[in-house]
Design a protein around this ligand. Sequence first.
Ligand code: SF4
Ligand code: ZN
Length: 277
Amino acid sequence: MRLEKIVQKTITKYKLLKNGEKVVVAASGGKDSTTVLHLLNKFGYEPEALIVDLLIGEWSKKNLENLTKFCKKENIPLHIVSIREELGFSMCYIREIAKEKLKLSHCATCGILRKWLINRKARELGFNVVATGHNLDDETQTIIMNALKGRFDLNSGLGPKAGITDSCELGFVPRIKPLYFCLEKDIEAYSRSHNFPVLYERCPCSIGAQRREIRAMLDRIERTKPEIKRKIIEKFLRMLPKLKERESKRAITKCKICGEPSRGDVCNACKILGVLK
Ligand code: SF4
Ligand code: ZN
């Protein structure tokens, strides 16, 4: 199958997984991370799944139900982290406060906290690698969004192997993206053809998110300029080594509050948690 070959090639070419590494998939119950779980399992990497239950109403409930069903069927161990047990509140509550006090968008708050929790939990559970469901469409959108913010430097953390360092010294668990060269529409077709129990509608909180606008814009351009997304990625990957080299000179340290890796004295997650007090 074409998609399977692309993923296998990506894992080999970019050395995403080494023999004996313990890999956990940052799962959401959606089509992308479910496809990653299925493929890593099929290829014999014995993945486990880790989901942060965001408590976004019925949407989170259904995703958790779907993922539990899928993992049971594929015999994949599932770890569930409840945001309320970890942080004391639901994601909906935290995002409202962060929006008011820090002017952060809903998705920015959600992304920061989810990444922070996943890194910490993956490390505590003894995993060497976190695999995510990011695909070619996601990556292209992120590159453009960072460029529009005037923060092209933020793109240094992108690529099939995310982060500017694969050192675990500071507590980073390296993140890999096996679907890096797969288009979202092909993943959806694969997921549907395998009858994965997933929701195909987007998170209800993504309405109004800038990513939606960028996605629509890129889809529109791709209709008249086929392969534009792939070309953006190819060009970007040629620039990435230099970008990573430049950014690696900027000190990464440990957050003085939580001890997680951070660009400043206090990490973004702790800044959000600070305004909840
Ligand atoms: Fe979180 Fe935004 Fe993704 Fe919803 S769309 S899960 S709010 S990052
Ligand atoms: Zn912190």
